[in-house]
Design a binder for this molecule. Sequence first.
Ligand SMILES: [Zn+2]
Length: 211
Amino acid sequence: MRNADDVLLLIDLQYDFMPGGALAVARGDEVVPVANRLAQGFGHVVLTQDWHPVRHVSFAANHAGRTPFETVALPYGEQVLWPVHCVQGTEGAALHRDLDVPHARAVIRKGHHADVDSYSAFLEADRKTPTGLAGYLREVGVKRVYCCGLATDYCVAWSALDARAAGFETVLIEDASRAIDLNGSLATAWDQLRAAGVKRAQSADVLALSV
Ligand SMILES: [Zn+2]
């Protein structure tokens, strides 16, 4: 079992990111059993849910004449427009039923401000509004964050980068994550993660306590 200063952060294991979902990540469902195995090795697990109001700024449907996967310029920067996904309270926003982490201590819901997206579990896309997760983790003595889930190149990468920026030692578990890979986004994400000092690991090594 991991030390009390380690946390496993499971990102967005929700139906809309699974095959058949509104914003499906290819083979996204394959990470659920891996996440369950990993969770057995951690006394401290935190989950996230993408959790948008129906009028959310990241939905292409809320921008006249725009289609999903285009980008638009918003006051806080460039925003990819997505299909409508993870609307608060809908089945698509629910956590996968096979996720078996009854000991998860907290669920961080992100993207709930209508005019700001939040890929990251720590900081919204305006890069200044905190979700409160860094403060919570610091207050309970966490030093190291293990991130995985969906999608590697968006919410997992942004969360890992922000965990690192917040001063936590950070590990991204590659085989417990799957990517969207839009216009080279996966390679870009790994470059940024490496440059920031985020470690890249496999679940077997994490479970063996070798990373
Ligand atoms: Zn979203």
